[in-house]
Write a protein that binds this ligand. Structure first.
Ligand code: SAM
Ligand code: SF4
Length: 325
């Protein structure tokens, strides 16, 4: 469907949990987030029911996220059910990779053909400093397992943090030299604990990559459902991407909305405005009424984020793990 600014909204990120088995310093507090009781998060049946409504609103692409989506039991079953809804073109996943090795087969069988793995370093000690867990080997196993499915598109997402993982940026990009995977640099956003760190600009990373790998070729065309721009370095098997929501604002092309694990529809990453869909579902509203409320809300999607404006009204105060990235 089209929103009030004429943007086609055909993509939703659905968070299935806000629990996580890592504690990334820019995303979660050391002690984890306050546990939401099981009955407060949407059941799989509720999520599937909503997906049937979303598809009627023009949603075609669904990303399952979290917290860490793979810590919620039975995620492949959910993926499979959503995948079978007529009109849904793809169900994809973003994960920290820790449980990917053990679940990849089931995810593949459920129809998942695109996986994003978040990984900020290949160095074990640094991984532990960033995620507060000693689990890099598990993530590498997960990547290896996923790479064993050649028709699954694998992307590695790295958040460049000044003074934290700087020495790794060139190495992270180097994964795409060896393997046919896309490595993408995601600009840090000032949300939750992200406010306590400093990200790095696309230009500065590109400068370092150029020194190491030569001049890239800009790639045009669409390579997925998102706002990433891609470049190709000489001799690389995969591409390098940049998603820079702050320094290269892409709100005019935004195609997405978000659903939190507690069933709150968020229209823009930055704002709290949205719809308490769980209340509608559990208040006994019929699909038609939920459809109408969601349609009106999505039409009103805000024009753009205002991350560079300090302390604006209605700004999101939750951690990213609660929103789903
Ligand atoms: N646990 C899964 C994972 O790490 O991929 C899914 C949820 S996580 C919140 C989704 C993405 O958001 C991750 O790639 C993570 O690096 C990113 N993220 C978290 N906080 C961020 C921030 N403040 N700015 C930019 N990206 C952030
Ligand atoms: Fe967990 Fe993902 Fe947040 Fe890291 S970025 S703490 S893996 S939800």
């Amino acid at each position: 469907m089209l929103d009030q600014y004429g943007r086609t909204i055909d993509y939703i990120r659905i968070s299935v949990t806000d629990r996580c088995n890592l504690r990334c310093i820019y995303c979660m507090p050391e002690e984890g987030v306050e546990q939401v009781s099981h009955s407060d998060i949407l059941s799989y049946a509720e999520i599937v029911r909503l997906c049937r409504i979303f598809v009627r609103l023009g949603i075609r692409h669904i990303k399952l996220t979290g917290g860490e989506p793979l810590v919620r039991k039975g995620l492949p079953d959910l993926a499979k059910e959503i995948r079978s809804i007529p009109g849904i073109e793809d169900v994809t996943l973003t994960t920290n990779g820790v449980l990917l090795g053990e679940q990849m087969k089931a995810l593949y069988e459920a129809g998942i053909r695109s996986v994003n793995v978040s990984l900020d370093t290949l160095d074990g000690d640094m991984f532990q400093r960033i995620t507060r867990r000693d689990l890099l080997d598990r993530v590498l196993e997960g990547l290896k397992e996923c790479a064993g499915y050649p028709d699954v598109r694998l992307k590695i997402n790295c958040v460049p943090l000044k003074g934290v993982n700087e020495e790794q940026w060139v190495k992270m990009a180097g994964i795409a030299r060896e393997y046919p995977v896309d490595v993408r640099f995601i600009e840090l956003m000032p949300i939750g604990f992200g406010k306590e760190y400093h990200g790095e600009t696309q230009e500065s990373i590109q400068k370092r990559l150029k020194e190491a790998y030569g001049s890239p070729r800009m790639l045009t065309g669409s390579f997925g459902n998102g706002p990433s721009v891609y470049v190709d370095y000489p001799g690389f098997a995969g591409r390098i991407g940049f998603i820079s929501a702050i320094s290269h604002k892409f709100c005019s092309q935004c195609n997405r909305v978000r659903l939190t694990s507690e069933g709150y529809l968020k229209l823009c990453l930055q704002y709290t405005d949205g719809v308490d869909v769980r209340e509608l579902l559990r208040g006994g509203k019929a699909d038609e009424e939920i459809f109408r409320v969601l349609k009106e809300a999505i039409e009103q999607k805000p024009r753009d984020h205002q991350f560079t404006v300090r302390n604006g009204r209605h700004f999101e105060q939750h951690e990213m793990s609660r929103i789903g990235g």
